[in-house]
Design a protein around this ligand. Structure first.
Ligand SMILES: *Cc1c(COP(=O)(O)O)cnc(C)c1O
Length: 219
């Protein structure tokens, strides 16, 4: 199947309220252009340098989402154009995003990443750290960021019950967070292997790469 066919099949199967982020990391420009020509306008990348290069080359109505772990010293390269930063996991990073957003006179939408997986290698805050961050005085002074919701990644495992539980726990944290931030609306969870279950558990945004663009070859 072509990229176009795979993309359209996935889109057809998604409920209306679920936003599709086409994860194009490591993929060449013609692959992204094919998805664009099939109507896709939201792309996800996990390396800032690569996202900047693709932003420069491709049509300007694309919304670029940063889904990877962000280093503070690189925020400045994407501050002008990034549409949503999914992986924000500290007040320090949020403060840097706020500073760079102010330089461009804009408000950068962000998601806070929550650690729901058992793997230690995955990033994110636990619920207590999340509350501390949101209730801190410094957070309240940040005028050039907007926290739109939460993001999480389940454990990479065949155990469906475990994945379901992890997504369920993130949905719970999301609901609890509305007590502090009533306007949050985005729950980013679900990738190629687990997005159906993520949607069952309340996801509003799925990040799908290999099921659209094929497997990635890492050098
Ligand atoms: C790569 C990546 C995805 C997409 O993974 P696939 O399994 O290829 O769909 C989703 N989210 C994050 C954070 C990623 O790094």
């Amino acid at each position: 199947m072509s990229i176009k066919e795979k993309l359209l099949n996935i889109k057809k199967a998604l409920p209306n309220q679920v936003t599709l982020v086409a994860v194009s990391k490591t993929k060449p420009l013609p692959d992204l252009q094919e998805a664009y020509d099939a109507g896709q306008r939201i792309f996800g990348e996990n390396k800032i340098q690569e996202m900047v290069q693709k932003w420069e080359e491709l049509p300007k109505d694309i919304e670029w989402h940063m889904i990877g772990h962000v280093q503070r010293n690189k925020v400045k390269y994407m501050a002008e154009f990034v549409s949503l930063i999914h992986g924000v996991d500290s007040l320090k990073l949020l403060t840097e995003i706020n500073k760079q957003a102010a330089k461009h006179d804009r408000i950068i939408p962000c998601l806070l990443q929550i650690h729901i997986a058992q793997e230690e290698t995955k990033f994110g805050l636990d619920e207590k750290e999340l509350k501390e961050l949101l209730n801190s005085d410094s957070f309240k002074t940040l005028k050039n960021i907007e926290v739109k919701g939460l993001m999480g990644m389940a454990t990479f495992t065949d155990n469906k019950n475990q994945v379901k539980e992890e997504f369920g726990s993130l949905k719970n944290i999301f609901n609890n967070t509305k007590n502090i931030l009533p306007n949050i609306s985005v729950l980013s969870m679900g990738m190629s292997g687990d997005y159906t279950m993520a949607i069952e558990e309340g996801s509003t945004m799925v990040r799908i790469g290999s099921s659209i663009f094929g497997n990635r070859n890492y050098a």
